[in-house]
Design a protein around this ligand. Structure first.
Ligand SMILES: Nc1ncnc2c1ncn2[C@@H]1O[C@H](COP(=O)(O)OP(=O)(O)OP(=O)(O)O)[C@@H](O)[C@H]1O
Ligand SMILES: [Zn+2]
Length: 732
């Protein structure tokens, strides 16, 4: 007797056995392929599952097995290599396989809708049209031409008709006469054509030649190139090698790095079918892009994190741009790292993977040093631009206006007067991060989180940046009714006001998630700024990623102190990356750039390092510290988090887990905690964490399934949730 072994989208970490649908013949059963969708009853619902295997028998007694309802596909939706990637991810991240498959499929298919062959709108003769006697063509010459075309070729695309001067109006009137009918024509994959690239400098050429030599085999490459060194040009030329071999390229970009400028560079370079996959797409658009990638019609697939699961008919190259970026790690649900999975994918497809960054993650540098990755360096800016000078501006005892020192304001004025642009980095949106009563000390706090509320003056609201809570801005203190409410700290909204008042002649553009709503906001802004008129750009991290503003010659970090004193062991690495990236926006074309860090801690070692060391030198020092402390990449971490409405339950659960794990310890593994999370209460839930530190991958690979098995076996208190995070990127 045959049993269908299925991955069902549920939070349970196991496969489910079902009997085949009753009407399925033996022959049909033998033809079932892993990777097809099956509709199954599950509790009171119906779910869409993925077939993993057809087994001879089940461990569940036959009478308890339910029958599947319907087989939805004849061919696997995902190629074998991607199915393997899903299984591997499920094991590695200890995430339920059903949910992993869901993450890999577009919503349309998850809902059970049929696979749609993608085609081009076209026309063919109707039966009446076919029966038209010779010489009985319509009198209109255009209509006659259209019919003549269709008599020669069975189907002609609307685009071809247009190229022949036949308008849609002509085609419509032929359809009204029932002579022709609409149809879809399969898109014949065409060769992607590359236009000529820039002449490469020696470093770029070495990288392109070295990496291109590995097309057709698996090899991971680290492309470490300072900001503006022309990494993108290296990707473009590698992709053109890839297209020349008839292969597809997958390019991953950080969530907010998918700038229109980047896309334009691809579109200008290639006469090829380029599809884009990101979270802002409508369901239908996403599906069409996915299908084009899967069928091989798309030559280049550019996407954010989840695009790492896009099937490719002829995979040739994977590029991960800004590989250090934290948006590659999913922070909830299925907590995978798209960078790490792309390397696994390269292995499965036998294709090279390029990790590119000006500020590579310590993990990647470590792998390069160990000889696992080939390491290519671009130490100079391309096209003759020089790297900017970084200075620190000691603001102790300096009066500040909305976070600006007089010295900085004067410097900004000079640059604007010279006709250049200024970029100001302030990583805090809103007007002020805190509101306090001057008389009684009351502080506006979120009722559900251990966090202060941010003042948004334009909307006259207090908002929590950790949950959706907001309330109207009070006029008086709710405790003592004093009207003396004061703000502390400065956000972008406040800094923007000051700039507008101070620099009336020049426009200020604010770039943060409040001001950049709408899909085209960033695109329009970039176009405006690149007209080259002097202006002020003020923004959060959004402004720092991948943008190329050639006229910016001064970059100022308004509050460098906000980046110091992080509790996370990655704090200093992140600071060095962020500041190097921000600084890298200055002086990208010809004119030398200048970077100013405003700080109260000019002697802090991290600030000093920014002034006197390159990122590579800082990374070397930080890596040595990590090794000394057994922290990643020298060791591996696994985080177990619990959350519950009351504080004690979660902690008790993690404590039990620790005891059970330690009853039979795994060598090379050490548990730390349970401890309250850095933000102990969020959205009304108390959060605790238990961290496992392993000396290396083998120990971690043994520990992860064991922790999950123990946690699943523990009695679960009402309302308690727990999650596992393998290779956590944030310790919060
Ligand atoms: N070989 C070259 N000759 C002349 N100009 C070049 C060359 N390569 C790149 N450039 C130019 O240098 C500028 C910076 O290049 P690019 O944006 O590719 O750098 P990047 O390393 O990707 O930068 P970042 O990491 O800061 O985003 C671009 O204007 C690009 O056109
Ligand atoms: Zn909140």
């Amino acid at each position: 007797m045959s049993v269908l072994r299925l991955a069902v989208p549920t939070p349970l970490r196991r496969l489910f056995d079902y009997l085949p649908p009753a009407e399925l013949s033996e022959q049909e059963l033998a033809g079932l392929k892993p990777g097809i969708r099956v509709r199954v009853p599950f509790g009171r619902r119906e779910l869409i599952a993925i077939l993993v295997d057809v087994a001879e028998q089940s461990t569940v007694p036959t009478e308890q097995l339910k029958a599947a309802l319907e087989i939805l596909d004849s061919e696997a939706l995902l190629p074998q290599s991607l199915q393997t990637l899903c299984h591997w991810s499920s094991d590695y991240y200890q995430h339920p396989i059903g949910e992993v498959f869901s993450a890999a499929l577009p919503k349309r298919l998850r809902k059970g809708l049929p696979v749609q062959e993608q085609g081009e709108a076209a026309w063919q003769l109707s039966d009446r049209g076919k029966g038209l006697p010779e010489g009985a063509l319509p009198r209109s010459p255009k209509q006659a031409a259209a019919l003549a075309l269709l008599q020669q070729q069975t189907q002609v695309s609307t685009a071809t008709m247009k190229a022949q001067g036949i308008s849609t109006a002509v085609l419509r009137s032929l359809r009204e006469k029932s002579l022709i009918e609409a149809c879809t024509m399969p898109i014949a994959p065409q060769a992607g054509i590359s236009r000529e690239g820039l002449p490469l400098n020696d470093d770029q050429r070495q990288a392109v030649e070295g990496i291109a030599a590995t097309l057709g085999e698996f090899q991971c490459h680290l492309l470490e190139g300072v900001t503006g060194s022309g990494k993108t040009e290296v990707y473009l030329q590698l992709i053109s090698h890839c297209l020349a071999q008839g292969l597809q390229a997958l390019v991953l970009v950080p969530e907010i790095g998918l700038s229109p400028q980047t896309l334009d560079r691809f579109r200008e370079r290639f006469d090829a079918h380029i599809v884009v996959l990101h979270s802002g797409l409508a369901e239908g658009q996403r599906y069409r892009a996915w299908e084009a990638a899967r069928s091989g019609a798309a030559h280049i697939v550019i996407g954010t994190r989840s695009a790492v699961f896009t099937p490719l008919a002829k995979p040739g190259l994977i590029v991960v741009d800004e590989e250090h970026d934290s948006s590659y790690k999913q922070q909830d649900g299925f907590r995978y790292s798209a960078r790490d999975l792309s390397i696994k994918r390269g292995q499965l497809h036998n294709c090279p993977v390029v990790l590119g960054s000006a500020t590579p993650a310590l993990e990647s540098l470590h792998n390069a040093q160990q000889g696992r990755y080939w390491h290519f360096q671009l130490p100079q800016r391309a096209g003759g631009a020089t790297l900017p000078q970084i200075q620190c501006l000691d603001i102790r005892r300096e009066p500040l206006q909305a976070g600006f020192s007089a010295t900085l304001l004067a410097r900004i004025a000079e640059v604007l007067q010279q006709g250049d642009q200024v970029l100001l980095f302030l990583n805090r949106r809103g007007y002020a991060p805190s509101l306090q009563c001057h008389d009684c000390g009351w502080v506006a706090e979120c009722q559900s989180c251990d966090a202060r509320l941010t003042l948004h003056l334009r909307q006259r609201q207090l908002r929590c940046h950790h949950c959706a809570a907001y309330r109207a801005l009070p006029n008086r203190c709710p405790d003592c009714h004093s009207s003396q409410l004061l703000t502390t700290g400065v956000g972008t909204e406040q800094a923007e006001r000051l700039l507008q008042q101070h620099f009336t002649q020049w426009p200020t553009y604010r770039v943060d998630s409040d001001s950049m709503r709408g899909r085209y906001a960033m695109e329009e802004l970039a176009a405006q700024v690149n007209l080259g008129e002097p202006c002020l750009l003020l923004g959060t991290q959004m402004l720092t990623k991948g943008h190329h503003f050639p006229k910016v010659s001064l970059v100022a970090v308004m509050d460098a102190d906000a980046l110091l004193f992080s509790a996370d062991f990655r704090g200093e690495e992140r600071m060095a990356q962020l500041l190097t990236q921000v600084a890298g926006r200055a002086g990208r074309a010809g004119r030398p750039g200048q970077v100013i860090l405003q700080t109260h801690h000019p002697d802090h070692p991290a600030v000093q390092a920014m002034l006197h060391q390159s990122y590579a030198e800082q990374a070397e020092r930080l890596l040595a510290q990590r090794k000394a402390n057994g922290l990643p990449p020298a060791g591996q971490l696994i985080m177990l988090r619990s959350d519950c409405v009351d504080a004690a339950t979660g902690e008790e659960f993690l404590l039990q887990l620790r005891r059970q794990f330690e009853a039979e310890p795994i060598s090379g593994c050490q548990l730390i905690g349970p401890l309250p999370s850095p933000m102990p209460r969020r959205q009304g839930r108390h959060r605790s964490q238990l961290m496992l530190s392993a000396t290396g991958r083998p120990a971690a690979l043994r520990a992860a399934p064991r922790l999950v098995a123990l946690a699943e076996a523990l009695p679960k208190a009402r309302g308690l949730n727990w999650t596992i995070d393998v290779d956590p990127s944030e310790l919060s």
